[in-house]
Design a protein around this ligand. Structure first.
Ligand code: HEM
Length: 459
């Protein structure tokens, strides 16, 4: 059967498509190129060919795990210098993934996450206190405060460690090391190997950041071994859990890989989602009013409980719609599992060439979301509508066996943050004319300032 060539974005000798990709905010160039080239195109990044997939139809084929499996190329491969074969960066078939996955699935299950409610509320209350004390004239940089919230929440729930980010103006050094590690990983992937010599200082910082994160993790583990605690968190699950299939435990190195993985995977994505949600909500007064009314009728002036969360319907729709337009993990990589593949019945896919499933473009596919796909409309994500979507139309948490293990964690944490925020405050944009810009090297709104005014009756 004849195949159709995959459009190659024209590049330059040696550097390939380095200048076609916006290194700081890649999803912007991804969306632009998707508009220009359509459902599929190919890029040359630092000598590596990557095929971008931009429609729900093609993505759906790529979600068939009998034909396609996760790949760990480019920036993700660079992350392996710091977190090796931890859950997120493990390659298909690596034994440590199976082992850690089997040990950790129950620890991330709904029952276990419900058990984290009080710890999550502890940190959410710190956010409320901070905003209340600063008062309504204070400009809140939402991205920073949500990063404080999500970092403190994951570290408390994962390993009973308090970063106490709300008590400091500066971010904890771990955050700086982690941000350095993440952004340099991306840069290393995009530069051609022959330029490495010019980047020695950056490479040194890369190694320093990794060492800082790993040393801190070993310290936390050591402290736990010396001071075992009753009750279970993710660290306990890893220290005491045995793989039900082999009876083996995780090695200390593997526990460190996964602890850092949870901190990385578990906080930026959720804080980005919350920040984007606030942007869209405050730009859409009608949705804001509905969300606040829902909180008033479900929670009112009571202290928020787990049971309240289950009754909220509009806030989950806002979260889903936010992750549709701004999937904070913007890309998933897969590759052909069994040799060459024919995608869409016409595109020849060589094994080993990564397919970048571009969620930002895919989630705006007009074939499923219509001509107003670029608009934020929570109504299309209410339970009933959501259930009617085609199977793979909404993929912000990834696919199949390699989908996000932290999804129930993120969901509960975000629901709580939005609900408690709406319960206590009236919010407004500092600049009502603010239009969305992206923060470089991370998937967050840039310079989004809001005001939080305690609602009548809470003073
Ligand atoms: C995997 C998104 C929150 C831990 C993934 C993947 C996506 C994703 C798309 C698949 C990546 C791939 O296929 O390469 C998100 C989003 C979140 C979120 C959008 C928040 C809104 C969390 C949280 C945790 C977490 C809170 C931990 C507590 C992980 C881990 C993996 C993963 C460990 C790797 C799973 C595996 O391959 O076995 N996430 N995530 N994530 N996520 Fe999340």
């Amino acid at each position: 059967k004849d195949t159709v060539p995959i459009p190659q974005v024209p590049g330059y000798p040696l550097v390939g498509n380095m200048f076609d990709v916006n290194a700081e905010t890649p999803m912007e160039s991804d969306m632009r190129l998707a508009k220009q080239y359509g459902e599929i195109y190919s890029l040359d990044l630092g000598g590596n060919r990557v095929i971008h997939i931009n429609t729900i139809e093609l993505l759906s084929e790529c979600c068939d795990e009998k034909r396609f499996v996760k790949q760990v190329p480019l920036g993700m491969a660079e992350l392996r210098h710091g977190i090796n074969d931890g859950l997120f960066t493990a390659r298909f078939g690596e034994r440590n993934w199976d082992k850690a996955h089997r040990i950790l699935v129950p620890a991330f299950g709904p029952l276990s996450i419900n058990g984290m409610f009080d710890d999550m509320k502890d940190i959410a209350s710190q956010l409320v206190m901070k905003w209340a004390r600063h008062g309504p004239s204070h400009k809140v940089l939402v991205t920073d405060d949500f990063t404080r919230l999500t970092l403190d929440t994951i570290s408390l729930c994962a390993m009973d460690y308090r970063f106490n980010s709300f008590y400091s103006d500066k971010m904890h050094p771990f955050i700086n090391a982690m941000n350095g590690f993440l952004s340099i990983s991306e840069k290393r992937a995009e530069r051609p190997a022959y330029l490495s010599w010019f980047y020695q200082a950056e490479d040194e910082k890369f190694q320093k950041d990794i060492k800082y994160m790993r040393d801190l993790s070993y310290e936390i583990i050591q402290h736990r071994i010396e001071n075992p605690r009753r009750g279970r968190d993710l660290l306990d699950a890893m220290l005491t859990g045995k793989d039900p299939q082999t009876g083996e435990s995780l090695t200390e190195d593997s526990i460190v890989d996964n602890l850092i993985t949870f901190l990385i995977a578990g906080h930026e994505t959720t804080s980005g989602m919350l920040s984007f949600l606030f942007y869209y909500m405050l730009k859409n007064p009608e949705a804001y009013r509905k969300a606040q009314q829902e909180v008033d009728s479900v929670i009112g002036k009571e202290s928020m409980q787990l049971e309240h969360l289950k009754k909220l319907k509009y806030i989950p729709a806002m979260l889903r719609e936010t992750l549709r337009l701004e999937p904070t993990a913007t890309v998933i990589f897969v590759g052909a599992k069994n040799g060459p593949e024919l995608l869409g019945g016409k595109y020849y896919i060589e094994p080993d060439v990564p397919l970048a499933l571009q969620l930002s473009a895919i989630h705006r596919d007009p074939a499923v979301y219509g001509e107003d796909a670029d608009k934020w409309k929570p109504e299309r994500m209410l339970d009933e509508e959501f259930a009617k979507l085609p199977k793979h139309a909404w993929k912000p948490f990834g696919n199949g066996s390699r989908a996000c293990i932290g999804r129930p964690f993120a969901w509960q944490e975000a629901m709580m943050a939005v609900a408690i925020g709406l319960q206590y405050f009236n919010f407004s944009l500092d600049d009502p004319a603010y239009e969305l810009e992206y923060e470089p090297y991370s998937m967050k709104p840039r310079g989004l300032y809001i005001h939080a005014k305690l609602r009548h009756g809470w003073t």
